[in-house]
Design a protein around this ligand. Structure first.
Ligand SMILES: Cc1cc2nc3c(=O)[nH]c(=O)nc-3n(C[C@H](O)[C@H](O)[C@H](O)COP(=O)(O)O)c2cc1C
Length: 365
């Protein structure tokens, strides 16, 4: 399968299927000397795991990450970093009833059309479980960024019709939904219990902020930073739209409202607002990068749905197996990982884009 890699200098390649022996990731291009151990990555993996949340699949995913190469005595060696998670609790039987059926909203039909057959156990590569590889690779990128004072934070902005009205960062880890607003989290939980009762699922919005990004990341024309971020974030399953800064609201705004002014402050240029979300002309402008992901409801629902089987019959499908009634909270850390990968890659590319950078490294005294 092509296109399992992302990045130009900091390159993540992922492999493995939901119900195969293992899933994993290879990060190539990580500079030598970054302090790294399995526990650094495990913290991110645990945030993606269903854990004890009533709003996540009941599948028990221990997801213990193992580093197989590229790290020695607690530091990266500059060689490819291979990581694997061996699958546990695989109940492939749950899926035998859908091997000849297409789940509405999922990738079954398109995979069959493309390859002629598919790994129907849990959706194979199209499963949400594939995202654990992104999180493993992204955790390394986020660690590299943290060493440079760059931080990525994402959280749930809305679930179904319930949107956050408040922002209290300390709340994000305090509720199953990763919402920075306690009251909104309570309302969203009640909404989700109702959805589950009706054997239905819900979607929502993830918002993220990247702080500490220097101006100058991203390349004009086809390597624009906003295009790279949008591509990386849209590649997460179930994400239907991505915004940077004011996003779609900019289309109904006026130039006089949308433009961010400039001002001198303490001898440096700053922007007086941030409608652009930290990117101008595809290049970071030094202010926070703001992004938003719009996530559809989980396609696998237990309600009867119209579908077809391969015997040419129209059928009513009720999906068994274990599924997330909402994808958003589990995808928050995936969004952080993908954003981290894009920024780490852009940083490494930028290091070689100017003569003065090269002179700092190589010019003879
Ligand atoms: C973290 C995560 C968990 C997911 N869990 C499920 C799930 O339990 N059941 C399901 O049907 N889809 C789940 N999905 C969504 C499917 O992977 C996705 O909808 C499917 O591959 C079709 O792709 P599309 O929605 O982008 O068109 C999950 C996605 C993510 C990112």
């Amino acid at each position: 399968m092509n296109q399992s890699s992302i990045g130009r200098r900091f390159v993540l390649t992922t492999w493995g299927e939901s119900h195969g022996k293992a899933l994993g990731a290879v990060v190539d291009g990580c500079p030598a000397g970054l302090s790294l151990c399995e526990e650094d990555i495990q913290g991110y993996m645990d945030r993606r795991s269903p854990g004890k949340s009533p709003f996540a699949t009941a599948r028990k995913e221990g997801d213990r990450i193992q580093i197989l190469s590229g790290v020695f005595e607690g530091r990266t060696t500059g060689t490819p970093i291979s990581m694997a998670v061996f699958n546990e609790d695989m109940r492939s039987r749950d899926y035998s009833n859908i091997m000849n059926i297409y789940r509405p909203g999922h990738a079954d039909y398109t995979f069959d059309q493309k390859y002629g057959f598919r790994d129907y156990r849990g959706g194979g590569r199209s499963s949400g479980r594939e995202t654990l590889c992104r999180v493993a690779g992204g955790a390394i990128a986020l660690r590299l960024l943290a060493d440079l004072g760059i931080h990525v934070t994402a959280y749930t902005k809305a679930i179904g019709p319930v949107a956050c009205q408040d922002f209290d960062e300390s709340q994000i880890a305090n509720n199953f939904l990763c919402m920075p607003d306690e009251q909104a989290a309570k309302k969203a939980e009640a909404f989700l219990y109702d959805c589950m009762e009706k054997k239905d699922s819900a979607g929502g919005v993830i918002e993220g902020r990247i702080t500490g990004v220097p101006a100058g990341l991203g390349d004009p024309v086809f390597g624009k930073l906003d295009a790279a971020l949008a591509g990386a974030l849209m590649s997460i399953g179930a994400v239907k739209a991505v915004e940077i800064g004011d996003g779609i609201q900019a289309a109904s705004s006026l130039g006089s409202q949308d433009n961010d002014g400039f001002a001198w402050e303490d001898g440096r240029i700053v922007k007086t607002s941030n409608h652009a979300g930290g990117i101008l002309g595809g290049i970071s402008d030094g202010s926070d990068i703001i992004f938003r992901l719009y996530v559809k409801p989980t396609p696998s629902i237990a309600r009867p749905q119209e579908s077809v089987n391969k015997n040419g019959e129209n059928i009513s499908l009720e999906i068994g197996g274990r599924h997330d009634p909402v994808i958003v909270p589990r995808a928050v850390v995936v969004a952080e990982a993908m954003a981290g990968l894009v920024i780490a890659d852009a940083l490494l590319c930028q290091a070689s884009s100017r003569m003065d950078n090269l002179k700092k490294l190589y010019q003879k005294p």
